[in-house]
Design a protein around this ligand. Structure first.
Ligand SMILES: [Zn+2]
Length: 360
């Protein structure tokens, strides 16, 4: 939801400040922003790349390429394009807005804060930007107050001594989940995964996740310690779900369809998918295509059906083709292979055929 709003805002700023007198480039630029607003990130990236080949010193086009890369979760590419744009025009507001977001998602909270402070100092920050800056400052203050505990594959941050026992419990739970998930997908993360334990209020404030969200992953696993503290099974479930996203991120450096990512996380969070069968039996199944973008826009009931549909589809893929095939599919998609081609190759049947058989 947020990245969609951002893209719309950037497209607006970009078309107002179009930097070309070449009508062909102007048309391509508009087509690329439209594609991006429709969630067609790869198409947008292709058009920006083509336009840049003809007009490599056009800072607006570099901002577009950066926005497309950011939407596709290729943060290093996004950062390179932003650097190019700012080297051509150091005051370009959309580039500086994106810079903050990219730095924040790469874990450079202080860098992100500095980028938005410089916008505010230049009176180039609107209300949304100022609100984001305030939120990042609160996140930074909280980070300073937090303590850390280390496991073999995890760094867990938590606020007070009272949470120390929960943090230890979280590490034990994550370690068990990691062994299980990595055995299914036959891959192991090579870097320690950051995990932050929040109170419910902190979690809502910092992640702005929908109210039904039990956790979040954005390079860091973020989990609110609500009822979960008292209920080990729920803590295990939430941590295993977010951990699966972290492992997926090590397989694919760019975005994959949401149903595949959420479906895998939901299928691997607990062995019991009875609730998902019930949800899908009660309502009409949702086509997986509809579930390829963020679930953040859904209400609680829609979200349940979206997760159920996705989990059952991925469970079917795991049963038919195995975890290694699913991991290879995710790798291919991360490398930019066409979805239908990658699916047919790795799952050994066409996606159309697979989906038709899911809901006979
Ligand atoms: Zn998830």
């Amino acid at each position: 939801v947020r990245s969609f709003l951002l893209v719309a805002a950037l497209a607006c700023a970009a078309s107002a400040a179009a930097q070309t007198s070449d009508p062909r480039i102007a048309l391509m630029e508009r087509a690329a922003w439209n594609a991006l607003a429709n969630g067609e990130t790869k198409t947008a990236a292709d058009i920006f790349r083509e336009a840049l080949a003809s007009d490599p010193r056009n800072a607006q086009l570099h901002v577009g390429a950066a926005a497309a890369a950011f939407a596709d979760r290729r943060d290093d590419d996004a950062k390179n394009e932003i650097d190019r744009a700012l080297s051509l025009d150091s005051k370009l507001t959309p580039a500086r807005l994106l810079l903050g977001l990219v730095l924040h998602r790469r874990g450079d909270l202080l860098g992100a804060i500095r980028a938005y402070e410089s916008l505010a100092a230049d009176h180039a920050a609107d209300n949304t930007t100022n609100a984001t800056l305030d939120r990042w400052r609160r996140e930074f203050d909280l980070q300073l107050r937090m303590q850390q505990t280390f496991g073999d594959h995890f760094v867990v941050s938590f606020e007070g001594p009272a949470e120390e026992a929960v943090a230890a419990k979280a590490i034990a739970s994550l370690s068990r989940a990691l062994d299980r998930i990595c055995a299914v997908l036959n891959t192991y993360p090579t870097r320690a995964i950051p995990v932050v334990l929040y109170t419910s209020e902190q979690f809502t404030d910092i992640t702005r996740a929908p109210s039904w969200a039990a956790g979040a992953y954005d390079g860091t696993i973020r989990v609110p310690m609500r009822g979960a503290v008292d209920e080990d099974a729920e803590l295990d479930r939430v941590l295993a779900h977010e951990l699966t996203h972290a492992v997926v991120h090590t397989l694919a450096a760019s975005a994959i369809p949401t149903w595949l990512n959420e479906g895998l996380a939901t299928a691997l969070e607990s062995p019991d998918l009875g609730w998902a069968h019930e949800a899908v039996a009660r309502f009409d199944p949702v086509p997986l295509d509809v579930l390829s973008r963020s679930f953040g826009r859904f209400t609680g009931g829609q979200a349940t059906l979206a997760y159920a549909t996705s989990a059952l589809a991925v469970q079917q893929m795991l049963d038919e083709a195995g975890g290694i095939a699913v991991a290879n599919l995710i790798r291919d998609l991360g490398d930019g292979v066409d979805f239908d081609k990658a699916f047919a190759h790795r799952i050994q049947r066409s996606f159309e055929d697979f989906e038709a058989a899911l809901h006979p």
